[in-house]
Design a protein around this ligand. Structure first.
Ligand SMILES: Nc1ncnc2c1ncn2[C@@H]1O[C@H](COP(=O)(O)OP(=O)(O)OP(=O)(O)O)[C@@H](O)[C@H]1O
Length: 677
């Protein structure tokens, strides 16, 4: 504690620096953006010239007009985070404290594995399980329902809808996030302004997949700005960007913070000039806070501890080197700032010493916030738009995506056509030949396998990627999971039905089945329902597992189902009761039975191309494959029931995946189970 006066002295110095021009402080947050000499230094970035900044200043004003949001002041005290693994309990965060204020751009700095992302996840509300401590917003205990409406979390992987243009993505974000709050002209204005501000206006008609890394990152930020969130978390926003893009992004974040937003981002190793753009810095090592305060104060703070940063050295590099190489220094720093508590206390003392009052003690801010909470509670609307609006917008987006994904469409068409022609050739003209009814039964099997593998594998391979994308939008409350899932289930239907029908028409005609509308319709319904049911199972697997695991688990699940579905071929009347019960647990049995019954039930004896045809009477075939007592409508009910169950499973798997804590919770259960054994 003997060091406190020194630290306090240093803080006074830094506070003065902090309030100097160009490092404007929170209280002035709503003032127009001033051309900041630090931002345009170097002259490399033509987009960030004083003229551009002036324009930015005015455009940001328009964003401010858009929605009245309370400033957010985030305070956290003694936050611990513990995870359980087979090795036992592991404490990732060790009673860290700190505060982030409205109008400031803060970076969380620290070596790899220090706990930066963990802290950000906890503060953003992404991780809730295993967390203890107090987190408050403007002096009130954080209520996640309200906080989620105020915050945006931009995760590390900036996944975007690849085939939508920048402008289309912005419109979808605006329609989902603003709802009827604003009309079309206002939304248009906001979109234009945000895109202008972020230097994306010239690329508004470029598809997201064609954007550069920096542009993608800016678009991710742009999408989250649409509803003007007062607090924004960004996890490693500079990863993978070149130096110019990094600078542009940080400059932008700084400008946004000047509007009164609280902006917190984790960052790996900022250059000296980049470091100077941050108002505050939160340094972490081994799950502890080593420093929290104004960025320019970091060097004096280190000096007080005997670690003098050479003038030619980047302070960010220096502090990282110090805490990585000298564990004792890290512990000393953490002790000195009381794991994040002390800097805050000293700041408060300084604030009382004649400077402007700081936010969380500002009664007017508290009043605005309380009014905001009351309004939110009155509205009781969890999302900005209704279920049907979300469903409509998401379905439209999925249709556009599918329509533009021409390669996949062509591949799918080619797959259906070649498979149909191949099957049609193998089983050519056998449909009404009493010499080949078993072959005709195999034709049904082949159609079943086609529908099963085609539609189970597509979601297993594609859905895990979609899940990542969904996580960002869902967490940032663009829409409800129910609306997304309903749209997803609906949007795949037209393509599946059309392609499935192409396959069915070709195979049905080539294999010489009876040309009866009713028969063809029943055959098609069974085939398509098998596809829909398989897609449900694929979605459940894709929602729960990664692509690698899903591609192993998927076929492993359907193989026994396939075996069960054709069990009893040749000895149908003698299938044991237990086996019958097991067979009814395979949705494929219902599919196979549906296909077979539609071809063989209620038909006149088949033509016989040989002297004697045992199965000319199709009833005999149905008997020998164990389907005498099967009824077509029961098979359809069975397929519908399995479709419902699989899709429900997929929905719950998705819900669990949306919770970042899932793996942690899962590991907790496993370790508890192992301990009890
Ligand atoms: N759910 C978890 N289970 C086990 N360990 C975890 C879990 N979450 C985080 N950790 C561990 O906690 C430590 C901090 O992780 P975190 O991702 O927060 O680090 P970081 O500072 O963001 O690192 P980087 O800069 O490399 O991203 C790491 O050692 C990580 O392995």
């Amino acid at each position: 504690m003997s060091n406190i006066p020194l630290v306090r002295r240093a803080i006074v110095g830094a506070t003065l620096a902090h309030n100097a021009p160009g490092l404007q402080s929170p209280g002035q947050s709503n003032s127009p953006v001033e051309p900041d000499p630090m931002i345009v230094e170097g002259g490399q970035e033509s987009q960030w010239t004083p003229a551009a900044l002036e324009r930015v200043g005015s455009t940001l004003k328009a964003l401010n007009r858009m929605a009245k949001r309370p400033p957010v002041h985030l305070l956290f005290e003694d936050v611990n985070y513990t995870v359980s693994s087979h090795k036992g309990e592991q404490r990732i965060l060790q009673s860290v404290s700190g505060e982030f204020r409205s109008g400031e751009l803060t970076c969380i700095l620290g070596p790899s594995g220090a706990g930066k992302s963990t802290l950000l996840n906890i503060l953003a509300g992404y991780t809730l399980n295993g967390v203890t401590g107090r987190i408050s917003v403007n002096g009130h205990v954080r209520d996640m329902r309200v906080f989620k409406k105020l915050s945006s979390y931009i995760m590390q992987d900036d996944l975007l809808q690849p085939r939508l243009t920048v402008q289309e993505s912005m419109w979808i974000a605006a329609d989902l996030k603003l709802g009827k709050e604003l009309g079309k002209p206002e939304k248009e204005l906001i979109i234009e302004e945000i895109l202008q501000t972020l230097g994306l206006w010239d690329h508004r008609d470029t598809r997201s997949e064609k954007l550069s890394g920096g542009q993608s990152k800016r678009l991710t930020v742009a999408l989250e700005l649409v509803n003007n969130p007062p607090i924004i978390f960004l996890d490693e926003p500079t990863t993978g960007l070149d130096i110019v893009s990094i600078r542009q992004l940080v400059v932008l974040l700084r400008l946004l913070s000047r509007q009164g937003r609280t902006i917190i981002c984790t960052i790996h190793q900022p250059s000296a000039s980049l470091f100077a753009l941050f108002d505050r810095v939160y340094v972490m090592a081994r799950g502890m806070c080593c420093y929290q305060g104004a960025a320019p104060l970091l060097v004096p703070y280190l000096s007080e501890l005997g670690h003098t940063c050479p003038t030619t050295h980047n302070p960010a590099d220096f502090v990282l080197e110090t805490i990585i190489t000298d564990a004792e220094a890290a512990a000393q720093m953490s002790e000195l700032c009381q794991n994040g508590k002390l800097c805050r206390k000293l700041d408060r003392m300084l604030a009382r010493g004649g400077k402007k009052p700081i936010l969380h003690s500002d009664e007017s801010i508290q009043r605005i916030f309380v009014e905001h909470i009351a309004k939110e509670q009155m509205q009781k609307m969890e999302f900005p738009t209704t279920f049907f609006t979300q469903f409509y917008i998401l379905t439209k987006r999925m249709f556009i995506q599918n329509k533009r994904n021409l390669t996949t469409l062509w591949i799918q068409l080619a797959h259906h056509l070649t498979s149909a022609i191949l099957l049609g050739s193998i089983f050519f003209g056998i449909g009404n030949d009493g010499a080949y009814p078993v072959v005709n039964f195999k034709f049904c099997m082949s159609c079943l396998v086609f529908f099963m593998y085609t539609y189970i594998m597509i979601p297993i391979l594609l859905f895990p990627m979609e899940v990542h994308l969904l996580r960002r939008e869902y967490f940032n409350r663009w829409y409800s999971l129910k609306a997304y899932y309903a749209a997803l289930s609906f949007a795949t239907m037209p393509a599946m039905t059309l392609l499935g029908l192409i396959f069915l028409v070709i195979t049905y005609f080539m294999s010489g089945q009876l040309l009866e509308w009713e028969r063809f319709t029943l055959f098609s319904i069974s085939g398509l329902l098998t596809g829909i049911c398989s897609e449900g199972l694929g979605l459940a697997i894709g929602a729960a597992l990664s692509v690698t695991n899903g591609s192993i688990v998927g076929p492993s699940i359907v193989s026994p189902l396939l075996v069960l579905c054709c069990y009893g071929m040749g000895f149908g009347p003698y299938i044991e009761g237990t086996m019958r019960a097991l067979m009814s647990a395979s949705y494929l049995r219902y599919g196979l039975s549906g296909l077979t019954l539609s071809l063989f039930e209620n038909r006149r004896p088949m033509d016989c191309s040989l002297e004697f045809c045992l199965y000319s009477d199709s009833k005999l075939l149905l008997r020998d494959v164990g389907m005498t007592n099967d009824r077509y409508y029961i098979q359809i009910i069975g397929l519908l029931a399995f479709t419902f169950v699989y899709r429900l499973l997929a929905y719950f798997a998705l819900r669990y995946r949306m919770t970042a804590d899932f793996s942690n919770r899962f590991m907790c259960y496993i370790s508890k189970f192992l301990k009890h054994r």
